[in-house]
Ligand binder design. Structure first.
Ligand code: GRF
Length: 212
């Protein structure tokens, strides 16, 4: 039987959920979230991790005095071991910072099933398409090639697949004639920056929890 989602505890502004944000690149989503968290919320960013030591988004962590770590892949040739060791290093930081929810925001690596199993229900991702359509690392390119007229973004819990997992929210954008990967990406990032913090509010306040 598939491992069930274990949701984070119900948090509040008085006792916010301690979150880690994982990035690989420009970190515009991280920046939007940190701006949103300038007001008290049911979640607070306590740790930022990038697998890419040159990720531009790392600056948002330093500027906001949040614990910020670059954790690149260890330099070993066995790919399997490399992944496992890397996730082990990340997990140590998560545990040391008493993290309760992992927020993927442009993190470009796929976790192993054993890592997901530890955190299932407490890893959330945002993907720039209307899942289950156009999963993977080239969503905008694939959307434009396909000729569809609507795209958007999806916030979902992470499970053992690639961009699968329980969908928490989606928002659409229209694709106009002459749309390029860049214009579509810019348009979708704008809505992502609005939707992701709000979905985090709902998740942290317990609104997605199964009725018991
Ligand atoms: C976002 O479009 C997100 O959906 C995808 O990666 C992009 C990250 O952008 N997973 P940024 O690094 O937050 O600017």
């Amino acid at each position: 039987m598939e491992k069930p989602y274990v949701f984070p505890r119900r948090a509040s502004i008085d006792k916010p959920l301690r979150i880690a944000v994982l990035i690989s690149g420009s970190g515009s989503g991280l920046n939007a979230l940190l701006n949103y968290q300038q007001d008290p919320r049911a979640h607070i960013t306590k740790l930022i991790i990038s697998d890419n030591i040159n990720a531009k988004g790392l600056k948002y962590g330093y500027d906001n005095n949040i614990a910020t770590k670059s954790i690149p892949l260890p330099d070993i040739s066995d790919k399997n071991r490399q992944r496992i060791l890397h996730e082990g290093l990340i997990n140590i930081e998560l545990i040391n910072s008493e993290i309760e929810l992992i927020v993927l925001s442009g993190y470009m690596r796929i976790f192993t099933p054993s890592f997901v199993a530890k955190w299932k229900g407490r890893i959330i991702n945002i993907h720039p398409s209307l899942l289950p359509d156009f999963p993977g690392a080239h969503a905008h390119r694939d959307v434009i090639r396909s000729g569809v007229k609507i795209s958007g973004c999806t916030v979902h819990l992470v499970d053992f697949g690639v961009d699968t997992g329980m969908i928490l929210a989606q928002k659409e954008v229209e694709i106009i004639s002459g749309e390029t990967i860049q214009t579509l990406q810019d348009k979708i990032k704008k809505i992502e920056h609005e939707i992701y913090p709000k979905v985090l509010d709902l998740l942290c306040e317990g609104q997605y929890h199964p009725i018991s």
